[in-house]
Write a protein that binds this ligand. Structure first.
Ligand code: KIV
Ligand code: NA
Length: 266
């Protein structure tokens, strides 16, 4: 596989081939995921929960993110490396630049920020400085304390229209990618059709341009005993982790994942 770039992802969207993305935090899993055909490795701040054992992503620092990005880079075999800006690491513009420098110099090809249309100016300034940005919309876990829990977002026509408008504004500002977490499938389908940039979903139904899951979740590992509704255990019936990751990629590509039981209604 030749190296995955933004151009590769745009071509996949245009061809209607689904993009397989998976979270990844170290070199060995990076190599394993690449061998399984995963196109985007996300160093998610979910590492605060699945690696560090915190009960939210808020304690994660930008140095934690850079450390795991560097580890993933060493095992990477051609995937696009996307790294999360951790909680409050992009609160001011100055901080955003410093945080992005750490991630890009550790090996990221793109950064991800949680937010909405208010990030438009940031996204455009980053693009001018050579940093492609993915904006995470819907359930943004860094705002769990504002939401009052991990809840489906974008329900009802008013909220749906607001998220659609935000997606379009962010594309116009120069966002490279969008990520939708826990939104009704019908809304995710509308957003994916309305923008030219690829839209990756988690708990967003089958009609986004690609899918992502947290590695530990899709391997059936759980620290809390609770597994979100949108997760499928790909380890089930497989003899190895490598096979489970291969099954994940195939299931995203042949669109057997996500299935109706993984979706949220409007
Ligand atoms: O941190 C993470 O793993 C993420 C995904 C859930 C999209 O942001
Ligand atoms: Na994240």
């Amino acid at each position: 596989m030749s190296d995955v770039t933004l151009t590769t992802l745009l071509n996949l969207k245009q061809r209607g081939e689904k993009i397989a993305m998976l979270t990844c935090y170290d070199a060995t899993f990076a190599a394993t995921a690449c061998a399984a055909g995963v196109e985007i490795l996300l160093i998610g701040d979910s590492l605060g929960m699945v690696l560090q054992g915190h009960d939210s992503t808020l304690p994660v620092t930008i140095d934690d993110m850079a450390y795991h990005t560097a580890a993933v880079k060493r095992g990477n075999k051609g995937a696009l490396i996307l790294s999360d800006l951790s909680f409050m690491s992009a609160a001011t513009l100055e901080q955003t630049y410093q945080s992005c420098a750490k991630l890009m110099q550790a090996g990221a090809h793109m950064v991800k920020l949680e937010g909405g249309a208010w990030l438009a100016e940031t996204v455009s300034l980053l693009a001018e400085r050579g940093i492609p940005a993915c904006v995470h919309l819907g359930l943004t876990p860094q705002s769990v304390n504002v939401f009052g829990g991990y809840k489906v977002q974008g329900r009802g026509e008013e909220q749906a229209q607001k998220m659609l408008d935000e997606a379009i504004a962010l594309e116009q500002a120069g966002a490279a990618l969008l990520l939708l977490e826990c939104v009704p499938s019908a809304l995710a389908a509308r957003i994916s059709a309305a923008v030219q940039i690829p839209v990756i979903g988690i708990g967003a139904g089958p009609d986004t341009d690609g899918q992502v899951l947290v590695l530990h979740d899709m391997l059936g590992l759980s620290l809390t005993g609770r597994t979100p509704k949108f997760v499928r255990n790909f380890m089930h019936g497989q003899a190895s982790i490598a096979e489970a990751l291969g099954l994940y990629t195939r299931s995203v590509k042949d669109q057997s994942f996500p299935a109706p039981e993984h979706e949220f209604s409007a």
